[in-house]
Design a protein. Sequence first.
Length: 355
Amino acid sequence: MDDMRIVRAEALKDFCAEALIRLQVPEGDAAIIADSMVDADLRGVHTHGVTHFAGYARMLREGNMNPRPSLKVIREAKNTALIDADNAVGNLGVVRAMQKAVDKAKASGLAAVALINSTHCGALAYFTTMAAQQGVIAFLTNNGPPRVPPYGGKSRTLSTNPWSYGIPAGKQLPIILDMAVTVVAGGKIRLAQKKGQKIPVDWALDQDGLPTDDPVKAMAGFSQWMGGPKGYGLAVVSDVLAGVLTGGSFGLDFPPTTEPYGSSLIRSNHFMTALDIESFMPLSEFTGRIDRLISQLKSSERVQGVEEIYLPGEREFKLKEERLRSGLPLASEVWSELDKVRVQLGIQRAIPFTS
């Protein structure tokens, strides 16, 4: 069993925010970035949470992330916007861009916003949840440096290019889909490598294209597509939307790398849409209909051994509620990385453990 340390979510957010401020990130921006990272850990998505924090800190120190970006609108119309993120921490840039998409959708029914020259943004669910809470249906995808070859190939050409949808509900929890288009996100392999653990053999291939349970060989090789050509097809579409359409980098435009936080791996572009439900029907009518759909799905006759039917994102919401009460488990390897950041930045107080 992993050596886990239990911390309070608020204490972890406070620590991350303080560290970011010492790295010249403005206080308000630091709070947004810290909240989005800790939220992933609260939801059990540890591959996209504070396990990335030491890497972000390094990128900020070395100038590969901009602590005080000036986001600039390059092109804009009633329903669209193309924004240059100025190498912002991706978590912050996507919050700003998604809010612009929501505002435009509220004004005109439907909006598409793209963010280029951005960086790693963590779990996409944070941003589509933010939009769903404002009464819109949101979609978000991004591209990045090549990690995976085209289906049937051996040369890295595409990233894992995740997809996320956020759909508001009424009395039920919102429907939040967040998935890599590979079998698992690359962060799961990286976290297994960090912990010295084996991985399932269907997650990745080694450099020769053979299945491997060794995360080191997997990181030197490549992930496997979800559903074979289906996952590959979704990744191609993401690269078109986030990279080709926007004038951002795509495919081999990103220098390939196996270094977790080298100057090229962190680069990313994002594409998002927001649909205002009120353009079709009153929000209360829609959320009532969504609640009815959810009830139908959850009342399905279950196969043997299944205790409950879950909707996309439901398990994560429930886990977040539990961890807000009882504390948040951090792998000792991740805690050690955070403590090194604390020492480097001269922060006196350590993250307190719960009893």
